[in-house]
Design a binder for this molecule. Structure first.
Ligand code: IYR
Length: 231
C-alpha cells in the first residue's frame, strides 16, 4: 500500500435501494429547479445560526489538494452594507453607461437590471465569497491549486444550501470589485469572488419569465454503439 494511505479511514457510504435513489434524485431536482435568483428582498432578519449551517455546507465542497481556499464574509452591519452598496453602484453606473457592450446590455434586457443595487442594503446578509490565491501561514506563502474551480464549487454548494433552507439569494458580480477587499479589510492573499445577498424574498418578489434548457440540450450520452442517443 502506498505510504500516504496508511492513515486512511473507511468511507461510510450512503446507500439506497434503486427505487429510493430515483425518488431522491427526482425530489432533489424538483427542489433545485425551484431556485430562482431573486432581486427583491425582505428586510426580515434571518438567524445567524442558519447562515452558519449554510456556510458549513458550502465549506464541505471538494477543493484542490483539500486546501479549502475560501473565506465567507457574512455582513449584516448596516454601515458596511451601505458602504458596499455605494461602491458597487459607483462601478455599476460606469458599467451601464459605457463599459458594457451593446450586445451585453441587450442580453441583460430580460432581467431588468440597472446600476441601482438597493438589495445590497435591504437583504439582512451579504455573503462575500473570497478566494485565497495562496495561503499565508505566519507570513510564508503556501500554494493553493485550482482556486477558481474550488471556490466555484463551494459557491454552488452555498447557493444550494441557501435555497434548501428556504432563503433566497442573488449572485451579484459588481465589476471591478476590489473595493470589497478594502471595505472588509481582507488580507492581501484574498480576492473577492462573488457577492451574494441572502434573505427572505419580498412578499411581492417577481422574477423574469425565463426557461431552463431541456435535458437533451445539456446532456450527451455516450453508450457503446449508440453515441449521443438518449433513452
Ligand atoms: N454586474 C452587473 C451586470 C450583470 C451582468 C450579468 I452577465 C448578469 O447576469 C447580471 C448583471 C450587475 O450586477 O448589474
Amino acid at each position: 500500500m502506498p505510504k500516504a494511505k496508511n492513515n486512511f479511514i473507511p468511507y461510510k457510504a450512503i446507500r439506497f435501494p434503486r427505487e429510493e435513489m430515483l425518488r431522491r434524485s427526482r425530489e432533489f431536482y424538483q427542489l433545485m429547479d425551484r431556485r430562482r435568483t431573486v432581486r427583491d428582498f425582505s428586510d426580515k432578519p434571518v438567524p445567524l445560526e442558519i447562515i452558519e449551517q449554510i456556510i458549513l455546507a458550502a465549506s464541505s465542497a471538494p477543493s484542490g489538494a483539500n486546501k479549502q481556499p475560501w473565506t465567507f464574509c457574512v455582513v449584516s452591519d448596516p454601515e458596511l452594507k451601505r458602504r458596499i452598496r455605494e461602491a458597487a453602484e459607483k462601478e455599476e453606473y460606469e458599467n451601464y453607461h459605457g463599459r458594457m457592450s451593446e450586445e451585453w446590455l441587450a442580453d441583460l434586457e430580460p432581467f431588468g437590471t440597472d446600476w441601482h443595487k438597493p438589495f445590497l442594503e435591504t437583504a439582512p446578509y451579504l455573503i462575500v465569497v473570497f478566494k485565497k490565491a495562496y495561503d499565508l501561514a505566519d507570513g510564508v506563502k503556501k500554494k493553493n491549486y485550482y482556486v477558481n474551480e474550488s471556490v466555484g464549487l463551494a459557491t454552488g454548494f452555498l447557493l444550494a444550501a441557501i435555497h434548501n433552507a428556504g432563503l433566497a439569494s442573488l449572485t451579484h458580480t459588481p465589476s471591478p470589485m476590489n473595493f470589497l477587499q478594502e471595505i472588509l479589510g481582507r488580507p492581501e492573499n484574498e480576492r473577492p469572488f462573488l457577492l451574494i445577498p441572502v434573505g427572505y424574498p419580498a412578499e411581492d418578489a417577481r422574477v423574469p419569465d425565463i426557461n431552463r434548457k431541456e435535458l437533451g440540450d445539456v446532456m450527451v450520452v455516450y453508450e457503446r454503439g449508440r453515441e449521443g442517443v438518449r433513452e
